[in-house]
Design a protein around this ligand. Sequence first.
Ligand code: NAI
Length: 334
Amino acid sequence: MKKKHTITLIPGDGIGPEVTDAAKKVIEAAGVDITWDIVEAGAKVMEEFSTPLPEYVLDSIKKNKIALKGPITTPVGSGFRSVNVALRQAFNLYANVRPIKTYEGIPTRYKDIDLIIVRENTEDLYAGIEHKIGDYAAESIKIITREASERIVDFAFQMAVKQSRKKVTAVHKANIMKYSDGLFLSCARKVAENYKDKEFEDMIVDAMSMKLVQTPEKYDVLVMPNLYGDILSDMAAGLVGGLGVAPGANIGKEISIFESIHGSAPDIAGKNIANPTAAILSGVMMLRYIGEFEAADRIDNAIRVVLKEGNKVTSDLGGSTGTKEFAEEVIKNL
Ligand code: NAI
Protein backbone atom coordinates (compact mmCIF):
# COMPACT_ATOMS: atom_id res chain seq x y z
CA MET A 1 0.00 0.00 0.00
CA LYS A 2 1.15 3.49 -0.83
CA LYS A 3 2.44 5.52 2.13
CA LYS A 4 0.83 8.92 2.74
CA HIS A 5 2.93 11.89 3.78
CA THR A 6 2.21 15.44 4.90
CA ILE A 7 5.14 17.72 4.23
CA THR A 8 5.69 21.42 4.87
CA LEU A 9 6.61 23.35 1.73
CA ILE A 10 8.19 26.78 2.14
CA PRO A 11 8.44 28.41 -1.31
CA GLY A 12 10.74 31.19 -0.02
CA ASP A 13 12.00 34.35 -1.75
CA GLY A 14 13.45 35.17 -5.16
CA ILE A 15 13.74 32.03 -7.32
CA GLY A 16 12.43 29.94 -4.40
CA PRO A 17 8.80 29.67 -5.59
CA GLU A 18 9.93 28.74 -9.12
CA VAL A 19 12.37 25.99 -8.13
CA THR A 20 10.26 24.53 -5.32
CA ASP A 21 7.24 24.40 -7.63
CA ALA A 22 9.35 22.46 -10.14
CA ALA A 23 10.46 20.06 -7.40
CA LYS A 24 6.88 19.61 -6.16
CA LYS A 25 5.61 18.80 -9.66
CA VAL A 26 8.38 16.27 -10.33
CA ILE A 27 7.82 14.56 -6.96
CA GLU A 28 4.07 14.38 -7.59
CA ALA A 29 4.64 13.00 -11.10
CA ALA A 30 6.80 10.25 -9.59
CA GLY A 31 3.65 9.09 -7.81
CA VAL A 32 4.49 9.87 -4.19
CA ASP A 33 1.38 10.56 -2.11
CA ILE A 34 2.13 13.89 -0.44
CA THR A 35 -0.19 16.49 1.02
CA TRP A 36 1.77 19.73 0.95
CA ASP A 37 1.28 22.19 3.78
CA ILE A 38 2.39 25.34 1.96
CA VAL A 39 3.55 28.14 4.29
CA GLU A 40 5.14 31.42 3.36
CA ALA A 41 8.21 32.81 5.13
CA GLY A 42 10.94 35.31 4.33
CA ALA A 43 11.23 38.87 3.12
CA LYS A 44 7.83 38.62 1.42
CA VAL A 45 5.89 38.19 4.72
CA MET A 46 7.98 40.67 6.68
CA GLU A 47 5.60 43.57 6.20
CA GLU A 48 2.44 41.67 7.10
CA PHE A 49 3.77 39.77 10.14
CA SER A 50 6.70 41.99 11.23
CA THR A 51 8.89 38.90 11.18
CA PRO A 52 10.28 36.80 8.32
CA LEU A 53 9.55 33.66 10.34
CA PRO A 54 5.93 33.72 11.59
CA GLU A 55 4.77 31.20 14.20
CA TYR A 56 2.63 29.31 11.70
CA VAL A 57 5.79 28.26 9.83
CA LEU A 58 7.35 26.83 12.97
CA ASP A 59 4.03 25.15 13.91
CA SER A 60 3.73 23.51 10.50
CA ILE A 61 7.29 22.14 10.63
CA LYS A 62 6.80 20.94 14.22
CA LYS A 63 3.67 19.08 13.19
CA ASN A 64 4.89 17.54 9.94
CA LYS A 65 8.55 16.96 10.94
CA ILE A 66 9.72 17.22 7.31
CA ALA A 67 9.98 20.33 5.14
CA LEU A 68 11.08 21.15 1.63
CA LYS A 69 12.30 24.72 1.60
CA GLY A 70 13.13 27.35 -0.97
CA PRO A 71 15.85 29.92 -0.27
CA ILE A 72 15.12 32.94 1.89
CA THR A 73 16.74 36.34 1.44
CA THR A 74 18.85 37.66 4.33
CA PRO A 75 19.66 41.37 4.31
CA VAL A 76 23.42 42.01 4.36
CA GLY A 77 24.99 43.94 7.26
CA SER A 78 21.71 45.00 8.92
CA GLY A 79 18.04 44.02 9.19
CA PHE A 80 16.68 40.66 10.37
CA ARG A 81 18.97 37.75 11.11
CA SER A 82 18.97 34.75 8.78
CA VAL A 83 15.73 32.73 8.81
CA ASN A 84 17.78 29.78 7.64
CA VAL A 85 20.08 29.93 10.65
CA ALA A 86 17.06 30.54 12.94
CA LEU A 87 15.31 27.40 11.64
CA ARG A 88 18.44 25.28 12.04
CA GLN A 89 18.86 26.49 15.61
CA ALA A 90 15.13 26.32 16.53
CA PHE A 91 14.87 22.65 15.54
CA ASN A 92 18.44 21.67 16.36
CA LEU A 93 19.07 20.60 12.77
CA TYR A 94 22.64 19.83 13.62
CA ALA A 95 23.84 18.23 10.39
CA ASN A 96 23.94 20.03 7.09
CA VAL A 97 24.52 17.45 4.38
CA ARG A 98 25.67 18.61 0.97
CA PRO A 99 26.45 15.96 -1.64
CA ILE A 100 28.72 17.12 -4.46
CA LYS A 101 28.59 14.87 -7.48
CA THR A 102 29.47 15.10 -11.17
CA TYR A 103 26.61 14.41 -13.56
CA GLU A 104 27.57 13.49 -17.11
CA GLY A 105 26.74 16.25 -19.57
CA ILE A 106 27.30 19.15 -17.18
CA PRO A 107 30.03 21.44 -18.48
CA THR A 108 32.86 21.11 -15.95
CA ARG A 109 36.53 20.19 -16.23
CA TYR A 110 36.18 17.52 -13.53
CA LYS A 111 34.79 14.03 -13.58
CA ASP A 112 34.23 11.31 -10.99
CA ILE A 113 33.60 13.65 -8.08
CA ASP A 114 31.37 12.01 -5.52
CA LEU A 115 31.82 13.53 -2.10
CA ILE A 116 29.64 14.69 0.76
CA ILE A 117 30.26 17.78 2.84
CA VAL A 118 28.88 17.37 6.36
CA ARG A 119 28.72 20.79 7.94
CA GLU A 120 28.04 21.38 11.64
CA ASN A 121 24.93 23.48 11.57
CA THR A 122 24.27 24.95 15.01
CA GLU A 123 27.31 26.76 16.33
CA ASP A 124 30.73 28.22 15.34
CA LEU A 125 30.55 31.86 14.20
CA TYR A 126 26.88 31.30 13.26
CA ALA A 127 25.85 31.30 16.91
CA GLY A 128 25.10 34.98 16.21
CA ILE A 129 26.90 36.29 19.28
CA GLU A 130 28.55 39.51 18.20
CA HIS A 131 28.75 43.06 19.39
CA LYS A 132 30.23 46.40 18.56
CA ILE A 133 33.01 47.88 20.66
CA GLY A 134 32.34 51.59 20.29
CA ASP A 135 32.63 52.50 16.65
CA TYR A 136 36.17 51.28 16.27
CA ALA A 137 35.82 47.50 16.52
CA ALA A 138 33.41 44.58 16.57
CA GLU A 139 33.65 41.13 18.03
CA SER A 140 32.07 37.84 16.95
CA ILE A 141 32.28 34.83 19.18
CA LYS A 142 33.13 31.43 17.74
CA ILE A 143 31.61 28.69 19.84
CA ILE A 144 32.73 25.10 19.44
CA THR A 145 31.44 22.54 21.93
CA ARG A 146 32.47 18.96 22.59
CA GLU A 147 28.86 17.78 22.33
CA ALA A 148 28.19 19.29 18.90
CA SER A 149 31.62 18.32 17.55
CA GLU A 150 31.35 14.68 18.59
CA ARG A 151 27.76 14.53 17.34
CA ILE A 152 28.61 15.86 13.86
CA VAL A 153 31.70 13.70 13.41
CA ASP A 154 29.74 10.64 14.50
CA PHE A 155 27.01 11.58 12.03
CA ALA A 156 29.66 11.76 9.26
CA PHE A 157 31.02 8.32 10.14
CA GLN A 158 27.51 6.86 10.34
CA MET A 159 26.88 8.23 6.87
CA ALA A 160 30.14 6.67 5.66
CA VAL A 161 28.98 3.33 7.07
CA LYS A 162 25.47 3.50 5.58
CA GLN A 163 26.71 4.57 2.16
CA SER A 164 29.76 2.26 2.19
CA ARG A 165 32.16 5.15 1.86
CA LYS A 166 35.83 4.65 2.62
CA LYS A 167 37.20 7.82 4.11
CA VAL A 168 36.25 10.64 6.48
CA THR A 169 38.29 13.87 6.40
CA ALA A 170 37.93 16.33 9.30
CA VAL A 171 38.57 19.91 8.20
CA HIS A 172 39.75 22.55 10.69
CA LYS A 173 42.15 25.38 11.44
CA ALA A 174 43.48 24.02 14.71
CA ASN A 175 46.98 25.31 14.01
CA ILE A 176 45.70 28.85 14.61
CA MET A 177 42.51 28.43 16.65
CA LYS A 178 44.07 26.02 19.08
CA TYR A 179 41.21 25.96 21.59
CA SER A 180 38.08 26.06 19.40
CA ASP A 181 39.21 24.15 16.31
CA GLY A 182 41.61 22.25 18.53
CA LEU A 183 38.59 20.92 20.44
CA PHE A 184 36.82 20.03 17.18
CA LEU A 185 39.88 18.12 16.00
CA SER A 186 40.39 16.23 19.24
CA CYS A 187 36.68 15.24 19.20
CA ALA A 188 37.05 14.06 15.60
CA ARG A 189 40.08 11.93 16.48
CA LYS A 190 38.25 10.44 19.46
CA VAL A 191 35.12 9.56 17.44
CA ALA A 192 37.27 8.10 14.64
CA GLU A 193 38.55 5.53 17.17
CA ASN A 194 35.08 3.94 17.07
CA TYR A 195 35.25 3.42 13.31
CA LYS A 196 38.55 1.65 12.81
CA ASP A 197 37.48 0.15 9.47
CA LYS A 198 37.05 3.64 7.97
CA GLU A 199 40.03 5.65 6.85
CA PHE A 200 40.35 8.92 8.79
CA GLU A 201 42.47 11.97 8.14
CA ASP A 202 42.38 15.62 9.11
CA MET A 203 43.27 18.61 7.00
CA ILE A 204 43.69 22.33 7.55
CA VAL A 205 40.94 24.24 5.74
CA ASP A 206 43.24 26.27 3.49
CA ALA A 207 45.09 23.18 2.27
CA MET A 208 41.74 21.43 1.88
CA SER A 209 40.52 24.22 -0.41
CA MET A 210 43.50 23.74 -2.70
CA LYS A 211 43.22 19.95 -2.70
CA LEU A 212 39.51 20.09 -3.47
CA VAL A 213 40.28 22.13 -6.56
CA GLN A 214 43.22 19.94 -7.61
CA THR A 215 42.06 16.39 -6.81
CA PRO A 216 38.42 16.42 -5.65
CA GLU A 217 37.94 12.80 -6.71
CA LYS A 218 40.17 11.70 -3.81
CA TYR A 219 37.68 12.82 -1.17
CA ASP A 220 34.69 11.00 0.18
CA VAL A 221 33.04 12.37 3.36
CA LEU A 222 34.28 15.71 4.69
CA VAL A 223 33.19 16.94 8.10
CA MET A 224 33.79 20.45 9.42
CA PRO A 225 32.56 23.33 11.56
CA ASN A 226 29.83 25.61 10.26
CA LEU A 227 31.70 28.44 8.49
CA TYR A 228 34.18 26.23 6.62
CA GLY A 229 31.26 24.04 5.54
CA ASP A 230 29.37 27.03 4.19
CA ILE A 231 32.31 28.25 2.13
CA LEU A 232 33.71 24.90 0.96
CA SER A 233 30.30 23.61 -0.11
CA ASP A 234 29.67 26.59 -2.41
CA MET A 235 33.18 26.17 -3.77
CA ALA A 236 32.69 22.44 -4.28
CA ALA A 237 29.35 23.13 -6.02
CA GLY A 238 31.40 25.17 -8.48
CA LEU A 239 33.41 22.06 -9.34
CA VAL A 240 30.35 20.16 -10.51
CA GLY A 241 28.40 22.79 -12.44
CA GLY A 242 27.48 25.48 -9.95
CA LEU A 243 24.85 26.25 -7.36
CA GLY A 244 22.03 25.27 -9.70
CA VAL A 245 22.83 21.58 -9.28
CA ALA A 246 23.86 21.30 -5.61
CA PRO A 247 21.22 19.95 -3.19
CA GLY A 248 21.27 19.85 0.58
CA ALA A 249 19.58 18.71 3.76
CA ASN A 250 19.44 19.95 7.35
CA ILE A 251 19.04 16.91 9.55
CA GLY A 252 17.96 16.85 13.19
CA LYS A 253 16.89 14.08 15.55
CA GLU A 254 13.17 14.49 14.85
CA ILE A 255 12.85 17.20 12.23
CA SER A 256 14.64 17.64 8.90
CA ILE A 257 14.49 20.40 6.31
CA PHE A 258 15.62 19.83 2.75
CA GLU A 259 16.88 22.75 0.66
CA SER A 260 19.38 23.60 -2.07
CA ILE A 261 22.69 25.20 -1.18
CA HIS A 262 21.90 28.24 -3.31
CA GLY A 263 20.24 31.44 -2.17
CA SER A 264 17.30 33.39 -3.52
CA ALA A 265 19.29 34.61 -6.57
CA PRO A 266 17.49 37.98 -6.92
CA ASP A 267 19.43 38.61 -10.15
CA ILE A 268 17.46 35.92 -11.99
CA ALA A 269 14.22 35.74 -9.96
CA GLY A 270 10.85 35.67 -11.73
CA LYS A 271 12.36 35.05 -15.17
CA ASN A 272 11.78 31.29 -15.41
CA ILE A 273 15.51 30.75 -15.97
CA ALA A 274 16.70 29.37 -12.61
CA ASN A 275 17.97 25.82 -12.64
CA PRO A 276 15.62 23.69 -10.50
CA THR A 277 18.00 20.69 -10.43
CA ALA A 278 19.29 21.53 -6.93
CA ALA A 279 15.74 21.85 -5.58
CA ILE A 280 14.62 18.64 -7.28
CA LEU A 281 17.68 16.75 -5.98
CA SER A 282 16.98 18.13 -2.48
CA GLY A 283 13.54 16.57 -2.99
CA VAL A 284 15.25 13.30 -3.93
CA MET A 285 17.23 13.41 -0.66
CA MET A 286 13.95 14.03 1.16
CA LEU A 287 12.24 11.08 -0.55
CA ARG A 288 15.07 8.75 0.47
CA TYR A 289 14.81 10.10 4.03
CA ILE A 290 11.10 9.25 4.19
CA GLY A 291 11.63 5.82 2.66
CA GLU A 292 10.37 6.55 -0.88
CA PHE A 293 13.42 4.97 -2.49
CA GLU A 294 11.86 3.91 -5.76
CA ALA A 295 10.49 7.37 -6.59
CA ALA A 296 13.81 8.91 -5.52
CA ASP A 297 15.77 6.64 -7.88
CA ARG A 298 13.38 7.33 -10.75
CA ILE A 299 13.74 11.09 -10.37
CA ASP A 300 17.51 10.87 -9.98
CA ASN A 301 17.74 8.77 -13.16
CA ALA A 302 15.44 11.12 -15.09
CA ILE A 303 17.63 14.08 -14.13
CA ARG A 304 20.70 12.12 -15.16
CA VAL A 305 19.16 11.49 -18.60
CA VAL A 306 18.12 15.12 -19.16
CA LEU A 307 21.53 16.45 -18.10
CA LYS A 308 23.38 13.87 -20.20
CA GLU A 309 21.36 14.64 -23.33
CA GLY A 310 22.15 18.29 -22.64
CA ASN A 311 19.80 19.90 -25.16
CA LYS A 312 17.08 20.81 -22.65
CA VAL A 313 19.05 22.44 -19.85
CA THR A 314 18.90 25.88 -18.21
CA SER A 315 21.18 28.78 -19.12
CA ASP A 316 23.62 28.26 -16.21
CA LEU A 317 24.51 24.96 -17.89
CA GLY A 318 24.78 26.49 -21.34
CA GLY A 319 21.20 25.84 -22.56
CA SER A 320 18.13 27.99 -22.99
CA THR A 321 15.39 25.85 -21.42
CA GLY A 322 13.17 27.48 -18.78
CA THR A 323 12.73 26.33 -15.19
CA LYS A 324 9.24 24.95 -15.86
CA GLU A 325 10.22 23.31 -19.14
CA PHE A 326 13.22 21.63 -17.50
CA ALA A 327 10.91 20.14 -14.88
CA GLU A 328 8.54 18.95 -17.63
CA GLU A 329 11.48 17.27 -19.39
CA VAL A 330 12.44 15.48 -16.16
CA ILE A 331 8.83 14.34 -15.77
CA LYS A 332 8.82 12.98 -19.33
CA ASN A 333 11.87 10.89 -18.49
CA LEU A 334 10.58 9.44 -15.24
P1 NAI B 1 22.76 32.97 -4.53
O1 NAI B 1 23.04 31.54 -4.27
O2 NAI B 1 21.35 33.39 -4.42
O3 NAI B 1 23.31 33.37 -5.98
C1 NAI B 1 24.69 33.29 -6.32
C2 NAI B 1 24.81 33.21 -7.85
O4 NAI B 1 24.40 31.91 -8.29
C3 NAI B 1 23.91 34.21 -8.57
O5 NAI B 1 24.59 34.66 -9.73
C4 NAI B 1 22.71 33.39 -8.98
O6 NAI B 1 22.05 33.83 -10.13
C5 NAI B 1 23.31 32.00 -9.20
N1 NAI B 1 22.34 30.94 -8.87
C6 NAI B 1 21.93 30.58 -7.64
N2 NAI B 1 21.01 29.61 -7.72
C7 NAI B 1 20.84 29.35 -9.03
C8 NAI B 1 20.01 28.45 -9.75
N3 NAI B 1 19.17 27.61 -9.14
N4 NAI B 1 20.07 28.47 -11.11
C9 NAI B 1 20.91 29.28 -11.74
N5 NAI B 1 21.73 30.16 -11.12
C10 NAI B 1 21.70 30.19 -9.77
O7 NAI B 1 23.68 33.79 -3.50
P2 NAI B 1 23.62 35.33 -3.10
O8 NAI B 1 23.34 36.18 -4.28
O9 NAI B 1 24.85 35.52 -2.32
O10 NAI B 1 22.41 35.42 -2.08
C11 NAI B 1 21.12 35.94 -2.39
C12 NAI B 1 20.26 35.87 -1.14
O11 NAI B 1 20.02 34.50 -0.76
C13 NAI B 1 20.90 36.55 0.08
O12 NAI B 1 19.90 37.28 0.75
C14 NAI B 1 21.37 35.39 0.92
O13 NAI B 1 21.43 35.69 2.30
C15 NAI B 1 20.31 34.34 0.62
N6 NAI B 1 20.74 32.95 0.84
C16 NAI B 1 19.80 32.09 1.33
C17 NAI B 1 20.11 30.76 1.50
C18 NAI B 1 19.05 29.86 2.02
O14 NAI B 1 17.88 30.22 2.07
N7 NAI B 1 19.37 28.65 2.44
C19 NAI B 1 21.44 30.22 1.17
C20 NAI B 1 22.32 31.21 0.59
C21 NAI B 1 21.98 32.53 0.44
